[in-house]
Design a protein around this ligand. Structure first.
Ligand code: BGC
Length: 739
């Protein structure tokens, strides 16, 4: 029998005679040999000398049982997993059961959490790591952290509209997770961009549920193909951050089904995710983790076969265990409260058995289980990625950023830059290097649980990227100050005289825990001043001004874009994103990203303006109902700056030969489908990729329907000038139904 503690460096004391162990009991130094022919009782606890509390006492009882079946039995080729799991559960003590459904607290690897292991039954622990933007183990600069690739943030990944890019990123994250011994990733983030100021929109994909579901499904499939589980989060409507722990959101059932749950339905059916995380919020009066409607919808209606865990600290009572909820995370102490709940008749042991069955069904899929790893100190010792993995992922991360950058404005073919040797780089962010701000001359990633630990030396700054792209970069004024907000007209003229174009960086970081103030949508007076100054100076010399939007959420563009010649949305583009931005500026790659949200002229026009929670809001009604994003703006086109799906290219595409293989979908024929084809041709003069978007509109419906709904999309291959591609979409019943 081997004992181990999740706390590194802890000493374990144990007894073999049934008495409570103390610091005077035997010290554990190696495997304990059990005595045959009798019941062996080992009681043990772990102690750290750093003043942290001692662990609870665990009791292991070993009776000789010739029929004992271990979970490892499922690894035999002909094993019946359901049978093995039910036998293993029947072997568990109540102590073990309550701990199986209760996270084990702090992780040895610095992950957000982990689950309980029962070595005597062959049950390994699962390491649960954030998050949607890459493997997060620790904090930048903190000892014992593990470096990983920070990928472009999910909103930017979504802007690629390229499911194969999402699948490749998922797979690559799986490689890094396996490298560090992580079993389950706490992503993808699938909440809907109900409002641009939602603190975590950068962690989620889009305002549209179909796009969200399809992209999430691809990411999940990529990840899980690598033997690492995905966690769809935060089920179902963590669309804002303010007061997320307490707020009650009133949402109609139709809006839930059509907007907020749809992505989970699509991803569940397509990708079979291993886990889902219930959101902090209450919906229509009930905390998500305890919500029978939500839990049953996921498991019984959508066919979800994984485990449902709580968001960190979102567990409020044992009630959820009765309705399909499985695992309280991060857990730690407190599992014994479930024994009281059973004694009081609030839940039954059967409820726990049901939850454990869900958990064990996932445990058996993990690589940790397949290799029966109980001690992860070898993984814990690694702090850097293998150099080959890091190199391949640098290239992939850049590729994703290249496809996610969106060209918003390009007057007079300002971009790609031609005959330009020197640019002036302006904006204080371009010169900020701070781990706390997650910035190195660019906001490369978002904060909170999306912040991946990177080596700041690896992060490519914009200055470095432009220089490696072969450009001279003017960074300072005549007096040696950086070209930034607050510079004078003379400084601007100096820069204009000494460079061929100005590149201005505007940033908005993103992090969880609170929503952004409406003022974040507007440029500050200093930013506006910088743009106007630069514009006057450069335009007076016939030179161009380009703005880069390094933003975690949409912002207002209408009140300043007339001053500039070109605008690019560059998201939070990841460790290597700045080199992607440079390739786009130089025309090495033609931008092909499209917006995943509608950008209104002004925030005041948003359907949710005035209806977002404050830090003290305890109840809020989703009054816009299903009219989220373009479903609302299609009825108010006059307030739209950039529509959903918008994005320019350095080339042009023509669409022809749109055909349907038939005009009617026969609902009486199960699985009937309509095939839509269209040919896309590059009619410009540089190679490029196009995103083809297919919308469905109900012409004649008894119920009110949105003007249009996205029901298909595809990204073409790189089409050379004159080249064309036939794109095919399949529409089934789900493309036409509502709710
Ligand atoms: C976040 C989750 C995250 C968890 C663990 C929570 O605060 O809402 O998205 O996975 O923490 O870090």
């Amino acid at each position: 029998m081997k004992l181990s503690s999740t706390a590194p460096g802890a000493t374990i004391y144990y007894t073999l005679d049934g008495s409570q162990p103390t610091k005077q009991s035997a010290k554990y130094t190696g495997p304990i040999t059990l005595t045959k022919g009798q019941t062996n009782v080992i009681k043990a606890f772990a102690v750290k000398d750093d003043g942290s509390p001692d662990s609870f006492v665990v009791t292991y009882e070993f009776k000789e049982n010739p029929n004992l079946i271990l979970l490892t039995e499922v690894l035999n080729p002909n094993a019946n997993a359901d049978y093995v799991i039910s036998k293993v559960i029947s072997e568990m003590t109540l102590d073990e059961k309550v701990r199986m459904v209760w996270g084990a607290g702090t992780s040895q690897l610095g992950a957000a959490g982990n689950t309980y292991a029962i070595p005597r039954l062959g049950i390994t622990s699962m390491e649960l790591s954030d998050g949607p933007a890459g493997v997060r183990l620790g904090m930048i600069g903190a000892a014992g952290s593990h470096e990983a690739t920070a990928w472009p943030n999910p909103m930017m990944l979504a802007s690629t509209w390229n499911t194969s890019v999402l699948a490749k990123i998922g797979e690559a994250i799986g490689t890094e997770a396996n490298y560090y011994g992580v079993d389950i990733m706490l992503g993808p983030g699938m909440n809907i961009h109900r409002d641009p100021l939602g603190g975590r929109v950068f962690e989620y994909y889009s305002e549209d549920p179909y796009l969200t579901g399809k992209l999430a499904a691809s990411w999940i499939k990529g990840l899980q193909e690598n033997g690492v589980g995905a966690t769809m989060k935060h089920y179902a409507a963590n669309n804002a951050e303010n007061n997320r722990m307490n707020i009650n959101e009133i949402i109609s059932e139709r809006a839930l089904r059509e907007i907020y749950l749809k992505g989970y339905e699509i991803a569940t059916k397509e990708a079979d995710p291993w886990a889902a995380m219930s959101a902090y919020v209450r919906i229509n009066g009930t905390y998500c983790s305890e919500d029978e409607y939500l839990n049953k919808m996921l498991k019984d209606v959508f066919g979800f076969k994984g485990l449902i865990m709580s968001d960190w600290g979102a567990y409020h009572s044992p009630n959820g265990y009765k309705t399909g909820f499985d695992l309280n995370t991060p857990g730690g102490s407190g599992a014994d409260s479930l024994k009281d709940a059973i004694a009081q008749g609030i839940i039954t042991e059967k409820d726990l058995d049901r939850a454990i069955e869900s958990i064990l069904n996932i445990v058996i899929k993990t690589n940790t289980f397949k290799k029966q790893i109980y001690d992860k100190s070898e993984y814990a010792a690694k702090t850097k990625l293998d150099s080959n993995i890091a190199k391949q992922h640098a290239a992939l991360s850049k590729e994703a950023a290249l496809e996610g950058i969106v060209l918003l404005k390009n007057d007079g073919k300002t971009l790609p830059l031609k005959n330009i040797k020197t640019v002036a780089l302006m904006g204080k962010l371009a010169y900020l290097s701070s781990p706390a701000d997650l910035a190195k001359g660019i906001y490369f990633e978002g904060g909170g649980s999306a912040a991946v630990v990177v080596d700041l030396n690896e992060v490519v700054s914009l200055v470095d990227a432009l220089s490696s792209g072969g450009l001279n970069v003017v960074q300072k004024t005549q007096d040696g100050k950086y070209l930034a907000e607050g510079m004078s007209t003379n400084d601007a003229l100096y820069a204009a005289n000494n460079s061929d174009a100005a590149v201005i960086l505007i940033g908005r970081p993103g992090s969880e825990g609170s929503d952004n103030p409406a003022s974040n949508m507007k440029l500050t007076d200093e930013e506006l001043g910088l743009i106007k100054n630069a514009s006057d100076a450069y335009h007076s010399l016939g030179k161009k001004v380009i703005v880069l939007l390094n933003v975690a959420h949409p912002i207002e563009v209408d009140n300043w874009d007339d001053y500039v010649d070109a605008v690019l949305y560059i998201g939070l583009p990841g460790t290597y994103g700045a080199s992607a931005v440079t390739d786009i500026l130089l025309g090495k790659v033609n931008p092909s990203g499209k917006l995943v949200d509608t950008w209104p002229l002004e925030y005041d026009y948003a359907p949710t303006d005035g209806n977002m929670p404050t830090p003290t809001t305890t109840e809020m009604t989703y009054t816009e109902d299903i009219y989220v994003g373009y479903r609302y703006y299609d009825l108010h086109p006059e307030v739209v700056k950039y529509p959903f799906g918008y994005g320019l290219s350095y080339t042009q595409f023509a669409y022809k030969s749109l055909t349907l293989n038939k005009n009617t979908l026969d609902l009486s024929k199960d699985g009937d489908k309509i095939m839509v084809t269209v040919t896309v041709k590059n009619v410009g003069d540089v190679a490029g990729k196009e995103v083809v978007e297919l919308y469905v509109k109900a012409n004649d419906s008894k119920v009110e329907r949105p003007y249009k709904e996205l029901k298909g999309f595809a990204k073409t291959v790189l089409l050379n000038p004159g080249a064309e591609q036939k794109v095919t979409f399949i529409l089934d019943k789900s493309a036409f139904e509502y709710g």
